[in-house]
Ligand binder design. Sequence first.
Ligand code: KIV
Length: 259
Amino acid sequence: MNKKIKKILNKKNKSKIICLTAYSKNVASILDNHCDLVLVGDSLGSVLYNYKSTKEVTLETMINHSKSVRLGIKKSLLVVDMPYKTYRNSKEALKNAKLVMKKTKCDAVKLEGGKKIIPIVKSLVKNRIPVMGHLGILPQTDTKFTFKGKKLAERNKILRDAKLLEKSGIFSIVLECVETKLSKQITKELKIPTIGIGSSVNCDGQVLVIDDLIGLSRSNLKFVKKYADVNKIINIAVKKYKSEVIKKQFPNTQHSFKN
Ligand code: KIV
């Protein structure tokens, strides 16, 4: 088993697993100092490209961003999201996941869904492709983006799916906007680590979109905490640059070449 995956599995019930998304090298290299896992999420569709949904994200886009992220990662586990309609059956999933692994040198892929994708997950795992699961809100296929686990039937389904995915060989699972007590129950009943986003403190680890965390995006989602205001920092820097260019203070001799 991949050493980095083993390290993440070993953290269950011991210490929290730190995960964040990255879409490019420079950010990834900062996150690599602090994270156990860096995810190239297909959230890049809305965060970077203003797509209405992640459905529009292509395999090519995921591969290109992941190649860039790979350059910034030395120690963290690198996971890449398989985009919508790239894993509709085992054959398609295997072909595309192999391509992603080969081109990006990532450690694992992430797939959204429960019971329906079990044969696909089994086939990837059998072919030695490490898979991360994703339950709760499924941005690729859901139409309603409210938290999951309000009703008993829905709670039972999510718990059942989580157990099926675990049995199929996934090494970890993202729980997106899963109700607090349900995420606690899933985390307790699974041997593999759960990674929460909007799923309370009860998960084994947490993930957020980095642009939201640093205040670069304009996200106002309930589960996001803004730890910095990078938007403000960039504005101040660019304003100063503009003013210095206008006043001919930049570039000065220090930033110019002379024979
Ligand atoms: O696409 C993404 O960034 C994700 C995380 C939010 C878990 O799937």
